[in-house]
Design a protein around this ligand. Sequence first.
Ligand code: ADP
Ligand code: MG
Length: 156
Amino acid sequence: KPFPIRLQGPVIHGFGRGSKELGIPTANIPASGLSTHSDLESGVYFGFVGLSLAPSKDTPSSSTLVYPAVLSIGYNPFYKNSMRSVEIHVLHDFSYDFYGAALNLLMLGFIRPEYDYTSLEALVDDIKTDCDVARRSLQRESYQKYKHEPWLMDFE
Ligand code: ADP
Ligand code: MG
């Protein structure tokens, strides 16, 4: 098993194709970190993210926080993309955007491969299920221990 797999990078702008409007915003990070994992299968994964947030009106001092997350790595066949992307939906309700934040991603498990969807509804349904799977898996003691891994809060 290749897990855990570590990826890091700043939160960048994605394709702006309305993930947020669907209620499932995805924080994108550069796919460059995948170069050392070229054999990594495209699909949906779960893990923990460490976020380093700059001070804002919501978080008056800078803060680092660890959250469970579900993410997709792939070409997103539904949107016929040609490049791989890393898109992370953090399982937490934020009342603000965090573009530019430093993000450490500790990938812990594979959920499913990517499918080609004929309807947006089917896609969203599956993502909701992915979130449940991720949440439940990460609650297990064997995964909870990774939440305290120092690397998650180690920002350069
Ligand atoms: P983009 O195409 O720019 O990635 P999205 O619609 O996917 O746009 O929204 C992603 C942005 O939403 C993230 O970069 C982040 O700043 C913000 N955001 C707010 N809540 C979350 C969350 N729970 N998970 C991921 N990103 C979130
Ligand atoms: Mg996105």
